[in-house]
Design a protein around this ligand. Structure first.
Ligand SMILES: [Zn+2]
Length: 224
């Protein structure tokens, strides 16, 4: 069965109504061929047949990789939509949640397509997104100290074409450079922040972002 749904869409530029195939969810076991389109975000693009403008669409999307026991819910919309979606997920009937718990699923919710594609790449690299979020903050605090005029305000993990794991730093939308992630750095975070990395809620939806990482770092420093 095709995971696509057809909708009518009006081009914001020329107003022509066209048909778009939207992908509300992807199960990578059923449609592995669509995964790259999600990572490149091509799956969320619509080209107007009238003026050929490429429109990028933001809509709520569920990513499910059964082989990695991974589920990522991307929630489009404002704060209200976010809170509602997270609550709905957490209040799902037990019959739906039990398999996730029993299989110790990793369940995440994210607020942007960038975070979605970042998480997919982190898990595909066999890494723990909690370790990467902590590492990003550690790198932001240490590696750039005094070396840059402008301090980056956020960072994303990405896998380079040469297969290396990297974290790229941004100030607003401007790239400030990338640093390679080494196995030694991963091991150091796993050791230093072990207390924050115990999974006490397998199968439950967790929001793992920079706020989570800041709280985890604080918790571990306090315990020292
Ligand atoms: Zn158009």
């Amino acid at each position: 069965m095709s995971p696509y749904q057809n909708i009518k869409i009006k081009c914001p530029k020329c107003g022509q109504v066209g048909n778009m195939s939207v992908l509300p969810s992807l199960n990578t076991a059923l449609n592995p061929e669509l995964k790259e389109k999600v990572i490149s975000k091509e799956a969320f693009e619509y080209t107007c047949p009238g003026c050929l403008t490429k429109n990028h669409l933001n809509y709520t999307f569920l990513y499910h990789d059964p082989s990695r026991k991974l589920m990522i819910q991307f929630v489009a919309g404002d704060d209200k939509a976010w809170v509602k979606a997270v609550n709905e997920f957490r209040q799902m009937p037990y019959s739906t949640r039990d398999p996730l718990r029993a299989n110790k699923y990793c369940v995440r919710a994210v607020r942007s397509q960038n975070q979605l594609t970042e998480k997919i790449q982190i898990f595909d690299a066999g890494l723990d997104d909690r370790v990467i979020e902590i590492l990003k903050l550690v790198m932001l605090a240490n590696s750039f100290k005094g070396r840059l005029l402008k301090k980056p305000d956020h960072a994303f993990f990405y896998k380079d074409t040469d297969g290396s794991n990297n974290i790229i730093f941004f100030k607003k939308e401007e790239s400030m450079g990338a640093l390679k992630v080494t196995p030694e750095q991963i091991a150091a975070v796993e050791k230093d922040y072990a207390a924050a990395l115990q999974d006490t809620m397998p199968g439950e939806l967790q929001v793992i972002d920079s706020l989570w990482a800041a709280a985890a770092i604080k918790q571990c420093r306090k315990a020292d």
